[in-house]
Design a protein. Structure first.
Length: 434
């Protein structure tokens, strides 16, 4: 389908948006897709509270901790397994169909939770199985989503679109839990999960309305048309993508201890209530939304240098925790950390979209998602022993310092690679969208 035929005049309701974002709504398919993505993001944000809460209610006495951990893990980790196990069959599917299949599976499995609860058969094991089933194609669904964006839009429009999508996810983490908490005063958390299931039905239906496949915009990398190739093979031929994937993995891994240390910092170091912890995450989420929207409005952005600055900047915002800074100061640091971290997802996906052969974008993005799904959980697992040994404050500082070291190490490797490439007579690429 010709992209030009899908251009329409943006609605009057978008005139308050900056021009960079307003121009995205001229693409009919993206204009249909974005609201549905926002609805599903909100549903997932509500499930942040509902999944754990329902696990507590269904767990046997004295074993709630075990089942809460199992439920949270089941809602995320099976996606890594699904990316590896089902790749043989799913990597040939169009991006639109991949996203729709993931949505329908999530709607079916999550919809089974309130049904089982209403009929009185929601055993903890059944609950974990349903959550695991809902997430088994998560990596492929995410790959389909960002591949679809790359197909709908020309390269110069991908960064703002990715920024808009990632800011929607960040905003859902602010609004979703608060909305779930409000609804939980009137209904069981199983019905909140039902709302999430319905949100995926909305997205699946809207994806089905997009019509035929759009013609993929060209990438800066040659297209490998051999169907025997794999995502790993493509990545081996793209050292730049391997580099950004490795950087992202370690960045997420070093973030993991923060999720353990921050709650304990609030309760043990500050002797404060849970509302203070909520405030930390709220200011971070608001900062992340602002950061994402800001970077989406920039043009000709050198992705690798900016990405390294983001990693280093996030590390710096954690160091004041270890220095015993006042709560007000660390709240400002965490908000600034959100602003700094916010653009990272959009920049990373944009680089993959621009550097990956179009025929293999969904496969490579699914492999990326599978790898990254392991990073934060492993970091979180490391956070427990670190907090027990160093205490919450020092763990936060160590995480920040290690992230700084990661940024400088990656910058050194990047500089060495560019120098070697230049000496070999190959022009280095900066990864600039647009």
């Amino acid at each position: 389908m010709n992209q030009e035929s899908e251009l329409v005049k943006p609605a009057r309701t978008t005139r308050l948006l900056p021009l960079t974002y307003r121009s995205l709504f001229a693409y009919r398919q993206l204009r249909r897709l974005l609201p549905a993505l926002a609805v599903s993001d909100l549903g997932d944000g509500m499930s942040v509270v509902a999944v754990a809460w329902l696990a507590v209610q269904t767990a046997p006495p004295g074993r709630s901790g075990l089942y809460v951990g199992a439920a949270i893990a089941a809602y995320a980790l099976p996606g890594a397994v699904g990316a590896l196990v089902f790749g043989r069959w799913l990597r040939h599917l169009p991006a639109r169909r991949l996203l729709a299949v993931d949505c329908w599976l999530r709607a079916l499995c999550l919809g089974g939770v309130p049904l089982a609860w209403a009929t009185g058969v929601l055993h903890p094991i059944l609950y974990v199985v349903l959550l695991a089933g809902s997430s088994v194609l998560h990596a492929w669904g995410s790959a389909g989503k960002y591949s679809l964006i790359a197909q709908i839009l020309p390269p110069e429009r991908r960064l703002p679109a990715n920024a808009l999508v990632s800011s929607s996810a960040s905003a859902s983490i602010i609004i979703g839990p608060a909305l779930a908490g409000f609804l939980a005063t009137a209904v069981n958390p199983a019905w909140i999960i039902a709302i999430n299931a319905l949100s995926f039905v909305v997205l699946a239906v809207q994806v089905g309305r997009l019509g035929g496949e759009v013609k993929a915009a060209p990438t800066s990398a040659p297209v490998d048309t051999t169907r025997s190739a794999s995502g790993l093979r493509v990545l081996r031929g793209q050292p730049e993508l391997l580099g950004i994937l490795a950087l992202t993995w370690f960045f997420n891994f070093l973030y993991g201890p923060v999720e353990v240390a921050l709650p304990l910092h609030v309760t043990e170091d500050l002797n404060a209530e849970s509302s203070v912890l909520g405030l930390y995450w709220t200011v971070f989420g608001v900062g992340a939304v602002l950061g994402s929207l800001t970077v989406g409005g920039l043009r000709r952005l050198p992705i690798w240098p900016v990405t390294l600055v983001i990693v280093a900047g996030w590390g710096l915002t954690l160091v004041p925790f270890g220095l015993g800074a006042p709560t007000a100061a660390t709240l400002v640091c965490f908000a600034l950390g959100g602003v700094i971290y916010g653009p990272f997802t959009a920049l990373s996906f944009t680089l993959f979209q621009d550097r990956t052969p179009a025929a293999w974008l969904t496969t490579v993005l699914a492999a990326r998602g599978a790898a990254l799904l392991t990073a934060a959980p492993l970091g979180t697992a490391l956070g427990g022993p670190l907090v027990a040994t160093l205490g919450p404050r020092r763990t936060l500082a160590v995480s920040g310092i290690a992230t700084l070291v990661l940024a400088f190490a990656a910058a050194g490797v990047r500089a060495r690679t560019r120098y070697a490439t230049t000496r070999a007579g190959v022009p280095p690429e900066e990864g600039r969208p647009g």
